[in-house]
Design a protein around this ligand. Structure first.
Ligand SMILES: Cc1ncc(COP(=O)(O)O)c(C=O)c1O
Length: 373
């Protein structure tokens, strides 16, 4: 029997329904059965994002692949873009832009802070030739949320493409067309609660007009002409696509409003709990997908949590050893309570000196106040 529970910001634990689908015999993709299943999956995705258009494509890649696909399909060499860089994944937009010969302007946001839409407006005013704004909805490395709807409306003012890495936001936040995002990138191993290896790229009509033919494997045009008919240009991640159907059904059954409400309550409950235990949050405006918690003893805490069967993530790069991160993606409220409870034990054993039970009390109260319990 396996005792370890995983609460890292990807991969996340797989629900039973998804594991059941993944355990089935492979289905050949050039068949009517696959075609039907894939078209059903596409209808479910449209319902999830509340967009009846066919403007989205799945790729057999991790999230970074779809980020690269964004650069290749919507921008040309020499294009100026504004990159909001507030962490490791903001940095990735910057690296990808440089790699493919774009001319990125960097809006550097201190790690743990969130972008200021007014600053985005100023930068776009100073750079009217900017072809796009690239950012993360949820900056997983710092646990910060960038105010995406506000950034979306600033982009609309300037007719520049609003490109959102929603890799730890899809399946968590109720993202819909009214947010004003033009290109949205997702990855399977996060809010969709699947193994890694499948990515999705969803885009607006405005973005469609900018489609280029620079990519080969990642060509959206080539994929879309096939995917609309229930086929794919290349061999798809068959098992993951079939399991994605299950994932979307689960999300739709709960309803995205309630899914977001659940994540919001668990995130708030966890942060209130850690504060009641004498620790502090790292991100100023936390993402509801992941909580980053300050502690110079974070590696010790992580090791002790693991001994008790709870795996959480540490900090990355400059935050290594300074924070630990708990993912809430797909979390059940009871699991959140368990993590807070085990963390209490660990902190007590490490001599943090908090009053036992304060964390659990804060978490429970929050979930009751938020109507989850
Ligand atoms: C916000 C964000 N963007 C991009 C990535 C990269 O995705 P992948 O590791 O699937 O390539 C991650 C992965 O953690 C992420 O959290």
């Amino acid at each position: 029997m396996r005792h370890e529970r995983i609460f890292t910001p990807g991969p996340v634990e797989l629900p039973d329904g998804i594991r059941e689908v993944l355990g089935r015999q492979i289905l050949h993709h050039r068949t009517e059965e696959f075609r039907r299943a894939f078209l059903e999956l596409r209808e479910l995705f449209k319902r999830l994002v509340e967009d009846p258009s066919d403007n989205f494509a799945f790729f057999a890649s991790s999230g970074t692949g779809a980020m690269e696909a964004v650069i290749l399909n919507f921008f040309m060499e020499g294009d100026k873009v504004l990159v909001i860089n507030g962490g490791k994944f903001g940095e990735r937009w910057l690296k990808l832009s440089h790699h493919w010969g774009l001319r990125p302007i960097e809006y550097r946001v201190e790690w743990g802070m969130s972008a200021d839409p007014q600053r985005v407006r100023e930068l776009l005013r100073e750079n009217p030739d900017c072809k796009g704004v690239l950012f993360q909805i949820s900056e997983t490395s710092t646990g910060a949320y960038h105010p995406s709807e506000d950034i979306g409306s600033v982009c609309t003012e300037f007719d520049t493409l609003c490109v959102a890495d929603a890799i730890t936001a899809l399946g968590v936040y109720h993202i819909k067309p009214s947010w004003g995002l033009d290109v949205v990138v997702g990855g399977s191993q996060k809010g969709f609660l699947l193994p890694p290896g499948l990515s999705v790229l969803w885009f607006s009509e405005r973005a469609e007009k900018r489609l280029t033919d620079r990519a080969f494997y990642f060509s959206i045009r080539r994929e879309l002409s096939k995917q609309k008919e229930g086929q794919t240009a290349w061999t798809p991640a068959i098992g993951l696509l079939l399991a994605m159907k299950e994932s979307l059904q689960m999300l739709l059954e709960e309803g995205m409003e309630r899914v977001e409400k659940r994540h919001r309550a668990i995130s708030e409950g966890t942060l209130r709990a850690v504060e009641a235990m004498g620790l502090s949050r790292f991100a100023q405006k936390p993402s509801i997908s992941v909580s980053a918690i300050n502690s110079e003893r974070s590696e010790e805490i992580r090791k002790e949590l693991l001994k008790l069967g709870v795996r959480v993530a540490g900090g990355q790069e400059e935050l290594k050893g300074r924070i630990f991160r708990i993912s809430h993606m797909g979390m059940d409220p009871k699991d959140g309570l368990m993590v807070v409870g085990v963390l209490e034990v660990v902190l007590k054993r490490l001599g943090f000196g908090q009053i036992l039970g304060e964390g659990v009390k804060a978490y429970t109260q929050t979930l009751m106040e938020r109507g989850l319990w």
